[in-house]
Design a protein around this ligand. Structure first.
Ligand SMILES: Cc1cc2nc3c(=O)[nH]c(=O)nc-3n(C[C@H](O)[C@H](O)[C@H](O)COP(=O)(O)O)c2cc1C
Length: 324
């Protein structure tokens, strides 16, 4: 399958694995790239630029296919060493960067100068058009269904993707709620050039996270995610658990007066405890509604091969048959 995304990134299949905190390590990124998709290492999960450089090297040892690095720009009192991370990416010879969060404009010159293609992830048309106008090469359009931060506009992909197709000139991928070949064909039909998956890639053999997380994903239904931090305008879609219900109770009690400090126990520094130690009630962790479509834990290659076979079957048989 050839699309503008496979051409742009030099990959075989139009399937991308989005950056995921404490999930997007070299093992997963390399497995996705090796299976013909685009794997992405999560930059900020590495505490320092030196550690990111090491992670990039580890990924390169595992695959000779293209892979990317995610750089998430968050509002922070003490921002991470972004110049250091950019340097590690450039010096590591990485040619694709997925940016997310705040406007990446400030970092584009350094990335572009190094011949790096930038895929910006955003949740609204406003931000997608901005990304295009500042020179991003492609956009990842994250609908309301997505795991992680869906923004504050609540527009699902059935609307957001055709809107993106109407207005964007750069290639874009559908992100949020994507799980299988049906998702890919739907994304293409709505105008996207491929798809990005987060949650689905967590439930794979190579995802270097605790088995408890994978079991929770297989057990979850599409009704089991919650939106937290809405009153702070930092909405995050997470899997429901005891910590999340406690957090939501605080939101109800404190109303508009809630501050980030009030929910620190439920959100700060919880990822290693969940992803690496499998303490499933340690805090809130990102998860998409697509959990309702996850029923097994295949290898990344099995998953991607299955997606492509199903997508090709759908196009060549089911859809083609409707025209006969
Ligand atoms: C556990 C988890 C952690 C994530 N961490 C990040 C992150 O650090 N930076 C980022 O840009 N996106 C992050 N995301 C969002 C994903 O890259 C992707 O956009 C999203 O998962 C797509 O929706 P889906 O889960 O329905 O596939 C995360 C998602 C999950 C599930």
């Amino acid at each position: 399958m050839k699309t503008r995304i496979t051409e742009l990134f030099g990959i075989e299949h139009p399937v991308i694995q989005g950056g995921m905190h404490f999930v997007g390590f070299a093992e997963l990124a390399a497995a996705v790239s090796d299976a013909g998709g685009l794997g992405i290492i999560t930059g900020l999960t590495q505490k320092t630029p030196e550690l990111l450089a090491r992670e990039i090297a580890r990924c390169r040892e595992r695959t000779d296919k293209p892979f990317g690095v995610n750089l998430t720009f968050l509002p922070a009192v003490n921002p991470p060493d972004y110049p250091g991370y950019v340097k590690a990416i450039v010096e590591g010879g990485v040619k694709i960067v997925e940016t997310a969060g705040n406007n990446p404009q400030k970092w584009l010159p350094a990335l572009k100068e190094a011949g790096i293609k930038v895929l910006h992830k955003c949740t609204s048309m406003r931000h997608a058009l901005k990304a295009e106008s500042i020179g991003c090469d492609a956009v990842s359009v994250d609908g309301f269904e997505c795991g992680g931060h869906p923004g504050e506009d609540d527009v699902p992909n059935f609307i957001l993707l055709p809107r993106a197709a109407e207005e964007l000139r750069v290639p874009f991928v559908a992100s949020g709620g994507m799980a299988d070949g049906r998702s890919l064909v739907a994304a293409l039909a709505l105008g996207a050039d491929g798809m990005n998956m987060g949650t689905r890639f967590m439930a794979t053999r190579e995802a270097p996270i605790h088995e408890n997380v994978k079991k929770a994903l297989v057990a979850a239904s599409e009704l089991d995610t919650r939106l937290v931090m809405r009153p702070l305008r930092n909405t995050e879609r997470v899997l429901s658990n005891a910590a999340v219900e406690r957090l939501l109770e605080k939101e109800r009690e404190l109303g508009a007066s809630i501050r980030f400090e009030d929910i620190l126990p439920e959100v700060a520094g919880v990822y290693p405890r969940i992803m690496l130690e499998g303490q499933m009630d340690a805090g809130a962790w990102s998860c998409g509604m697509v959990a309702g479509l996850i029923r097994d834990v295949p290898t990344v290659k099995e998953l991607i091969d299955r997606i492509m076979a199903q997508a090709e079957g759908l196009i060549a048989e089911r859809l083609a048959a409707t025209l006969r």
